[in-house]
Write a protein of this length. Structure first.
Lengths: 274, 162, 127
């Protein structure tokens, strides 16, 4: 069963609503090609059935995967670079001053996709901090097992390393492995990857000093956003830092956070007593 | 120590993967290469780049003339001139060989040097043991990529220098 | 902002120039390093050069070294755009003075991301 005109229109509206990206008529082929792997992973024979299934039983996870498959070719490394600049310029010095030398900083990349975000953090810390591997651990989670496995492998295609990864960092932290590029073993050891469904109770982890929860809240409804932010807060140290996507905020969602402007980006910190 | 043969250095899957990435990025994100052989084109044209190093040979892309013209239009996309002429086709086909060739070279023993692309009738292949060839279909039309050891001097023969 | 697009393939020159113009650049093109040096000597000194590696007459690496040897051109940002994709080649280009490296094949998004890293997107600079 191929994608019907109604099915295509539904996908078109979904993608427009969630990402403001317009799929013009004639892109049916693209929708079919991009969504087929998702249909197969969900045990469905084709894209028509996938769309039917998600339309009748909408879930944020499948919605997010459909939108991502149609809007991003490759995740960029320094996607909206500012939250990463803020980490080394402001957050890290403050945390290092507040923690003892033997305390290990814990950072959570909460929707890590194929691993670009946790390894971006690992590279920055490795460059900024002597003995980074002993001082920091990075937890990377994603709802998709495939993405978790890709993060664990730490291997990226040529097209992926071409997306916003500075060349000096590429040569410093990667080696070629066949037609792919592989992250240095020391950095791979800093990152522990696992599955986590943000909409369900979290596994035991943390407490975290820094959480990157970027470009994922937009896919959930208000009560779920509130529940996720509440659970994230419970896993954070009282003086921790939360980074959201550029189009996301806690304002009007959960008032137990304080917004702090760092350069061109914002972080959120748990409000004391809230 | 004898010179390595290419089949010990590369496999077909890797060459196909390199070509798929080149097509997806440059020809169009919806442009897939299907790893199936087709009827050989009646009017083939080839583009190639030479690799000189511990392994010496060429990375050769071969397709029909119509396919080459469509490839040039697809590569240029929105940046195509009003009239895509023969020179554009030769140039585009040469550039695709350069892109695939550069990425193939990165998997061969270093140091290797990449030549400038040439277009014309395919250079003669070396021995089958020293050839890694993939047959692909693009928009249903046959296209082959062959990483082949050097049988003859490839540089001066029937090529049109770009 | 101005960009000089240096590549021996005219298809590639059209693609890179068209993409950069879409970002707001004024562009000129050169088919090899010597032609590009002539443009600079003529006084058209751009903010950005995109540079292929393998070209006739003068290759991209020689061009990078020549630009870096002239203090008058210190402000020019040099971005390699090439199918040379070994780890060692990227190191060589950076050591010669290139600021960034885009591997062919690339997409317009890849070029956009690299220019964003360098602070060289005209619309954003103007904003």
């Amino acid at each position: 069963m191929t994608l019907t005109a109604t099915g295509f229109d539904w996908v078109r509206q979904l993608v427009h609503r969630e990402s403001a990206i317009v799929l013009t008529p004639g892109k049916e082929y693209l929708v079919e090609a991009r969504l087929l792997p998702i249909a197969r992973q969900m045990g469905l024979p084709d894209v028509g059935r996938l769309v039917d299934s998600v339309r009748s039983r909408p879930s944020p996870e499948s919605t997010r995967r459909i939108v991502e498959a149609l809007t991003t070719n490759e995740t960029s490394w320094f996607r909206d670079g500012d939250p990463f600049t803020a980490l080394t310029s402001t957050v890290l010095p403050v945390l290092l001053a507040a923690r003892g030398p033997a305390e290990r900083l814990q950072i959570w990349s909460a929707a890590c996709s194929s691993g670009q975000e946790p390894y971006t953090i690992a590279m920055l810390l490795e460059d900024a901090l002597p003995n980074a591997a002993a001082r920091v651990s990075i937890t990377a989670t994603d709802i998709s097992r495939e993405m978790v496995e890709r993060t664990r492998a730490g291997r990226f295609s040529q097209l992926e390393v071409n997306r916003g990864l500075p060349a000096p960092m590429l040569v410093r932290h990667f080696t070629r492995a066949g037609s792919e590029w592989e992250i240095a073993p020391a950095l791979r050891r800093m990152v522990t990857a696992g599955e986590c469904n943000l909409a369900a109770p979290f596994p035991r982890m943390g407490p975290f000093d820094v959480v990157y929860l970027r470009n994922v809240l937009i896919y959930f409804d208000l009560p779920t956003k509130q529940a996720i932010l509440h659970r994230v807060r419970a896993l954070m140290r009282p003086d921790g830092w939360l980074f959201l996507g550029a189009a996301e905020t806690t304002l009007g969602v959960d008032d137990s956070w304080e917004r702090v402007v760092i350069g061109r980006s914002s972080a959120y910190r748990p409000l004391k007593g809230a | 120590m004898s010179a390595p043969v290419v089949t010990e250095l590369l496999d077909e899957g890797t060459v196909a993967e390199i070509a798929e990435q080149a097509w997806a990025a440059l020809v169009g994100e919806e442009e897939v290469l299907v790893p199936l052989p087709g009827e050989p084109p009646t009017d083939p044209v080839s583009s190639w780049v030479e690799v000189v190093g511990p392994w010496t040979g060429a990375v050769v892309l071969t397709c029909g003339r119509d396919t080459a013209e469509q490839l040039a239009r697809a590569l240029l996309g929105e940046h195509a001139p009003e009239v895509v002429d023969g020179e554009d086709v030769v140039d585009a086909l040469g550039e695709l060989a350069n892109v695939v060739g550069g990425n193939v070279k990165a998997l061969l023993p270093a140091p290797s040097v990449l030549g400038l692309p040439e277009v014309g009738a395919a250079p003669s292949p070396g021995s089958p043991a020293d050839t890694c060839r993939v047959d692909l279909l693009w928009r249903g039309q046959p296209l082959t990529i062959s990483v082949q050891g050097c049988a003859l001097d490839l540089t001066e023969e029937n090529g049109v220098s770009l | 902002m101005r960009a000089l697009v240096i590549d021996d393939s005219r298809a590639m020159r059209r693609i890179v120039s068209g993409t950069l113009e879409g970002f707001g650049y004024e562009t000129r093109q050169a088919g090899h390093g010597q032609e590009a040096l002539d443009v600079l000597h003529e006084g058209w000194v751009p903010e950005l050069c995109t540079i292929d590696w393998n070209m006739p007459v003068m290759d991209g690496l020689e061009f990078v070294s020549a630009v870096r040897a002239n203090p008058a051109w210190r402000a020019v940002t040099l971005v390699m755009v090439t199918s040379e994709s070994e780890h060692g080649q990227i190191v060589r280009a950076l050591a010669a003075g290139a600021h960034e490296y885009v591997l062919k094949p690339f997409t317009a998004d890849a070029l956009h991301d690299k220019l964003a890293l360098l602070g060289l997107l005209p619309q954003e600079v103007a904003r």
